[in-house]
Design a binder for this molecule. Sequence first.
Ligand code: ZN
Length: 303
Amino acid sequence: MGFKLASTGGKGVLVAGDHYFDVHAASAGRLPADPMLLLEQTKALTLLSSQLGSIEPTGQLDDVTLDAPIPRPRNSFAIGLNYRNHAVEAGLPIPPAPMVFTKYPSCITGPTANIEMRSDYVDFEGELVAVIGKTAKNVALEDALDYIAGLCIGQDISDRPAQFTSAPPQFNLGKSFDTYGPIGPALISIDEINPNDPMMLTTEVNGEIRQHESTRDLIFDIPYLVAYLSQILTLYPGDLIFTGTPGGVGVVEGRFLKDGDIIKTSIEGLGMIENRCVRISDHSRATEIPDALKAAMANAQAK
Ligand code: ZN
């Protein structure tokens, strides 16, 4: 038995069925309200979760808007080309080591937040997200799961012109526009769900299934990514690892997101996040398709 930790109004809440429980209040003040501080209290959250049957819920989930369960991660990593079928559709070889880039933490937003698009070439990438639960440095592969607090769903929203505009391409900015990192709906602790068990990931845009793949297709799994990253830098509680997206992304078919589109991303056992796309002002590169993006699209289409 583990816990489901969400966040609303700046406070950490435990989710049970259709209800939520304010952690600070439900623990009679023993646990902090800030969801970032709660990540280091996983044992206490598990204990409190087991006692919820005798505690009055704070309210109904339907009555509140959830924020990102991890609202202020210190670092937010993402992995490119980490599903075999996505590498194949991109016409690229399987990477020999994880291809790591940054989604700057300022892009992280809630599970139902709007995506504020600033070009006509914005794409979806449904992803399983791992959340670090304790400080990790030089972690051995066999110990890596001990450093995971839990899992949630994420969308690695990508502005393809910005992603491919420099030469060689540098992904960080194109993946980090404000609002381009919705996560949620809750952090599901790894007592509830084993990251090594295959889970189906599905992305729908306006009800049409665009991605549907098992996490079994991951090239570098979550324990490997934690061990690998921790050999290079220190991972801290709340750090996010977007583990990569399966095949089906829009760029391959030239079908990008449009104003008003609804993206629903679900993962077995983790629920669903739902985000509306809103087209706002252009960014400076919005009207140009960089040659590197044209080449990437041609490469994918010629695969
Ligand atoms: Zn991605």
